[in-house]
Design a protein around this ligand. Structure first.
Ligand code: FES
Ligand SMILES: [Fe+2]
Length: 419
């Protein structure tokens, strides 16, 4: 894999001349028309991470994922042979949403052998095949074998389930992920099965929240209380250690704050008591497998990698042997659903369990601090008071993300496939 060391001269941004260094417009985050283009150009073209194999814990398990931006709901199943499938969650009879539990507008999960449509009772197997048509003889020459659920391209990589709603995806998932993200394939994600989940409905464009996780420039002013003592000053400076781009994907690595190394008087009493904090539980579990693909920049006191897998999936891997996923699902040009999941090796003692709970609460706290700026940023952008905004070198990933989005939309428009 090509390495991307910090440039000896110049800046991170100048290392990627295509990005330019000029001010950036965020019209892409406030334009209803642009959002309509993104729906087709991005959410119906790229590989989207919809879950993990852990969401299908046994044969017959299923879950639904509503992808509003792509105008569909997807049903993901594990059949009785263990194979993972994805389908449009739409009944072939008259288009009813096939699988839902309490409300058709909510996602659901469960275990089943078959799915029965709530409208007229047609039934489908875990492999999508239509197995029962109520009063079949009253139809006119239908063939059940041609009335299976409409499949969606689905591939599993490192235990993450991805779907692609294009008729023919331009690349396989592995090609799409490229060498930088692909290098994580053997990372021991499967050893980390203890999960903590958060979900929020936010009032901003999906990209505005993603931008909050692409740089650490905002850390001293916004997250003052979660840093080490030397940073508990809004005027402190903080810089991430490594930035890297690979195709549409990005990573930022940081040394983070190694609180487990701090003297006790610099810690909150809860941190000292629970031996945990914003970098996770201090006692990192031993994992006797290589931590493949992490710290691509060879950062000396590495703390976190934040891999940003285009378009809306983030994988944050911590030096303390746990990881975090974020997914950002647009629901309109200025609203989105945010999903966060923390993954740890299973706790073996009550102390370990408490340390994980404390890490989960800390993540929620700083995500709330980040989310707290969203309405304000969206309102400010929508005022259109400013036509463009200056970005500094630490905001290289913001610059790259918006350029990538623009490139996808431009390619889609020039292909003349716009609806
Ligand atoms: S719409 Fe599903 S059985 Fe009629
Ligand atoms: Fe933040």
């Amino acid at each position: 894999m090509t390495s991307f060391p910090r440039p000896a001269e110049g800046t991170w941004t100048e290392h990627y001349p295509d990005l330019g260094t000029g001010p950036v417009s965020f019209e892409d985050s406030i334009s209803p028309r642009f959002y309509e283009l993104e729906r087709d150009a991005i959410f119906r073209q790229t590989w989207l991470s919809v879950g993990r194999v852990d969401d299908l814990p046994r044969n017959g398990a299923w879950f639904t994922k509503d992808i509003v931006a792509a105008r569909t709901s997807v049903l993901v199943t594990r059949d009785m042979d263990g194979a993972v499938h994805a389908f449009h969650n739409v009944c072939r009879h008259r288009g009813n949403k096939l699988v839902w539990s309490s409300k058709p507008t909510q996602e659901a999960c469960g275990v089943a052998r078959q799915f029965a449509c709530k409208y007229h009772g047609w039934r489908y197997g875990l492999d999508g095949g239509c197995v029962y048509v109520h009063q079949e003889e009253e139809f006119f020459g239908i063939d059940k074998s041609e009335l299976g659920l409409v499949p969606v391209h689905c591939e599993v990589w490192a235990g993450f389930i991805f779907v692609n709603l294009a008729e023919t995806p331009r690349q396989s998932l592995r090609e799409y992920l490229g060498p930088m993200v692909g290098a994580l394939e053997e990372y021991p994600f499967d050893a980390m099965t203890e999960r903590y989940t958060f979900r929020a409905e936010n009032n901003s464009n999906w990209k505005v929240f993603i931008d909050a996780f692409q740089e650490y420039y905002h850390v001293p002013p916004l997250h003052t209380q979660q840093l080490g003592p030397s940073y508990r000053n809004p005027e402190a400076t903080f810089e991430a250690a490594h930035y890297q781009l690979d195709g549409p994907h990005r990573v930022v690595s940081t040394s983070g704050s190694h609180k487990h190394l701090f003297p006790e008087e610099h810690l909150y009493p809860t941190e000292a008591l629970l031996r945990s904090g914003n970098m996770g539980p201090w006692e990192a579990p031993t994992i006797d497998r290589a931590l493949a693909g992490v710290n691509p920049g060879g950062v000396k006191r590495w703390g976190i990698d934040n891999f940003q897998i285009f378009p809306n999936f983030e994988l944050l891997i911590y030096e303390r042997n746990w990881y975090l996923t974020y997914r950002f699902w647009p629901t309109s040009y200025n609203t989105h659903v945010f999903e966060a999941d923390l993954w740890f090796t299973p706790a073996t003692t009550a102390r370990e369990r408490l340390a994980r709970e404390y890490a989960a609460i800390t993540v929620k706290e700083y995500a709330l601090q980040d989310a707290g700026t969203l309405d304000g940023t969206q309102l400010g952008l929508e005022s259109r008071a400013c036509a463009s905004f200056p970005l500094n070198d630490q905001e290289i990933l913001v610059r790259h993300f918006h350029k990538t989005v623009a490139d996808y939309v431009a390619a889609y428009e020039s292909a003349g496939t716009s609806r």
